[in-house]
Design a protein. Structure first.
Length: 353
């Protein structure tokens, strides 16, 4: 019969084999920053043995890890949150996850290192292509739109011909909207989505922006109102970012509200914050879809019923625009009963630069 000592040896060997074959670099750091353990994969990433040394001496070229050091942020054993950071090490881009644990009866940090250099290179190439393709598409689309406008003003058409022309114009507008979204995504992904704050009067800006939705509201017989707001509200804000927020949220509210429905938009200043509220009585967001609704290319499972050709980019851009303005966004929704989106923006914002 095997004794307890043999069993412990077998368990240790199993752990050693497991840690040696796992495709991630792993180390254990004590509460004083000393590296207690590192596996072979991590050794191949750094090319230097770190056991017994301070982690900041070995990983000193990874400034992000030092800033986000879990020892400084108070990671506790058993905590389910995983702190993540990213940095450059030896010409490689490394993603690091940190989790609190107990080691020999004391606090320690388990760190998992992943080499994401190739993934980042592929992502960068994809973003460059997206940006280039979007810019290249914009020029001919602008030309087509100008030609259509010229034809509409200067030439005479039959009722059927005018209908065809309007359909073409509508398709061009949709393509322009898609190109604008793709360019915004490109700027977000490349880190070029920057704030350029200017003083704007929000009530007038919202009223003017909502006129864009009047034709579709009339066509769908949806009532869109903006009645609850102060007489005037000025805010120093990035106009483009706020425009993305307003147009995407209001556009979704109209798109996903059935004929005869209502969309209500309100604006108020409260406790140092400006609150934009957009409420509809449309199809709502199913509960199973709500947690991931701000993801890129994500659409609610019932969205195709009213808008089959959606792209799932709008709310992703809204989330990034709100983040840029140091605001918050949240929503309440029930399938079949509508959705309310709230956007809270600081009245005296410190914008991300």
């Amino acid at each position: 019969m095997r004794n307890k000592k043999d069993k412990l040896i077998d368990e240790r060997k199993f752990r050693e084999v497991l840690l040696a074959t796992i495709p991630y670099g792993i180390d254990i750091v004590d509460k004083n920053g000393k590296v207690l353990f590192m596996n072979k994969k991590l050794l191949s990433i750094f090319g230097v043995k770190a056991v017994g040394k301070k982690c900041w001496e070995i990983y000193k070229d990874n400034k992000t890890q030092c800033v986000n050091c879990p020892l400084k942020k108070g990671v506790k054993p058993g905590k389910t949150d995983v702190l993540k950071s990213e940095g450059c090490m030896g010409g490689k881009i490394i993603s690091i996850s940190h989790t609190g644990m107990m080691h020999d009866g004391d606090l320690a940090i388990l760190e998992v290192f992943s080499d994401i250099t190739k993934e980042k290179e592929i992502e960068e190439a994809k973003n460059e292509f997206l940006s280039m393709a979007s810019h290249q598409l914009r020029t001919p689309l602008t030309g087509i739109k100008w030609t259509l406008e010229h034809l509409s003003e200067k030439e005479k058409f039959t009722e059927t011909g005018r209908k065809y022309l309007d359909n073409v114009f509508s398709c061009v507008e949709r393509l322009n909207e898609l190109v604008t979204l793709l360019l915004s995504i490109s700027r977000i992904e490349s880190g070029n989505f920057k704030a350029s704050p200017e003083l704007i009067e929000l009530v007038g800006f919202i009223e003017k922006s909502l006129t864009e939705f009047q034709p579709i509201c009339e066509k769908k017989q949806v009532i869109c109102s903006f009645a609850k707001h102060p007489g005037k509200l000025e805010l120093k804000i990035d106009k483009t970012a706020f425009g993305h927020i307003l147009r995407n949220l209001a556009g979704n509210a109209v798109d996903y509200t059935k004929s005869g429905g209502k969309v209500e938009i309100s604006l108020e200043e409260k406790n140092g914050f400006v609150i934009l509220k957009i409420q509809d009585d449309g199809i709502g967001i199913p509960k199973k879809d709500q947690s991931g609704i701000f993801g890129k290319f994500v659409r609610a499972s019932n969205a195709h019923t009213l808008k089959p050709d959606g792209n799932g980019l709008g709310l992703y851009i809204v989330k990034e625009a709100v983040k840029l303005l140091n605001g918050e966004i949240w929503f309440e929704s029930e399938e079949g009963r509508g959705t309310i989106f709230y956007v809270s923006l600081p009245s005296y914002p410190q914008l991300q630069k």
